[in-house]
Write a protein that binds this ligand. Sequence first.
Ligand code: BG6
Length: 538
Amino acid sequence: MTTVTGRTTPAQAGSADDDGHRTLAANPLREGLRLERMPEPCTMVIIGATGDLTERKLAPALYNLMLGGFLPAEFTVVGFARRDLSDEAFREHLHNSIDHYSRNKPVKRSIWESFSRGIEYQRGEFHDTEAWHALAKRLDRIDRDRGTAGNRLFYLAVPPVLHAEIVRQLGAAGLAASGEHRPSGGRGWSRVIVEKPFGFDLASARQLTREIREVFDEQQIYRIDHYLGKETVQNLAVFRFGNGLFEPIWNRRYIDSVQITVAETVGIEGRGEFYDQTGALRDIVQNHALQLLAIFAMEPPVEFKASDLRDEKVKVLRGVKPMTPSEVAEATVRGQYVSGWVEGERVGAYRDEPEVAPDSERETYVALRLAIQSWRWAGVPFYLRTGKALAARATEIAVQFKAAPLALFERAGAQPMEPNILAIRVQPDEGILLRFGAKVPGPGLQIRGVNMDFRYGSSFAVDSPDAYETLLLDAMIGDASLFTRDDEVERAWQILDPILNAWSSGAGGPLHFYGAGTWGPPAADELLERDGRSWRRP
Ligand code: BG6
């Protein structure tokens, strides 16, 4: 067994100490080592267990972890929700969800039989203190019957307005205490996973943190941003810090600019009420896009452990200067889709979506230019864009390098060369592409851009785990490296609040419309054209 510094996936996860130090198995497929990487026995309580998230993400993730042999036999799931369901009906609900959404199907009978023995359901209204006491009693009983050792992971799969109340109830029912004696004997841990959005602006995010922190310590809180669980995002750190090749050029001397794209073809998928209060800046930029930026731009951490990684990420965000209203007008573009065609299907306008105001000004697209004021990045623009109902689904970070100091070949008559690009494709088709100029075979001097292309799918025979598999396992192991800390959340809002304020006051520029199925409003192209650049087509 070698000690390796690095993030891990379910396929490679090690055990973590309190600060998330990891040990990686030299051969992660060896059965004996897999056992060493298993989390301690625990119960995961999904609060809001009958919702969409459990169905689409949590149930399939837990099943796949079970299937991969990453969970101990004692592992138990308790669903807590308002709906009146028996244990059996809840099991059936999870079985159907897995059958529908799991990356491995059909459900394997032997695995399901042992998994389902550890699935229970507790009905309860979130404000009903009795229900939480009943949950506490149930968990004590489970500890005794199933040997879960008093370890509890609470997953808040509910809208954020309910977070404060639920956390308060957990505290009042004695469920938040970590490391204290449990009625069943041992001294288990207690952790809480909180889903985004983490607030609506800086003030509400601070308020939410305060309310959660009245009950849980920061070390017990796991704020999930599922982008950090994506394989390529984790690989970004390996790419930069595990290779000698790239880090020396990862700075303002060699890099001209960086583009971060989170493009979706889907619209708002029936979430009109939520989305019309939220918009693209809060839904994607506040968390996923700024986390990609932070990992891309951070300094090497002293060690690969949760606190060091998060210290470095927050330093990047501190370097991003919040904009003045006139900078917002100049460096941001907000858009909203009107009807069009996406992947051959007719898509109606955003304003015609159910539960969206017919005169809504909410942005479904945003493009912005950010500057990081740091020794490494001064003068390098970071362009971010994200949108719904765009021409293609693509998340990538594209680095454009500076041109060679002399245009030698142009002097000899060749056409101007395209810039060198390194594109890190997060999804789909995960991989890394390097684009450079090569001589076209033949007697003349013609130069053309060519690609060197690494694809996860063809280089590794294994399937990537879903981000939720990685993150749930990490939370059970106690490794918070891929979860967001309170200061990161706050800083992200400090960057975005001025943009939201300038937009809503009208000082931040108009709302632009774009046809569904396009790459966004022309104003976003103009943002880069003014800087002498253009967006890359992923
Ligand atoms: C979620 C957003 O956080 O991420 C959604 O709320 C978005 O609006 C989703 O569609 C995108 O996730 P992924 O993994 O499909 O890129």
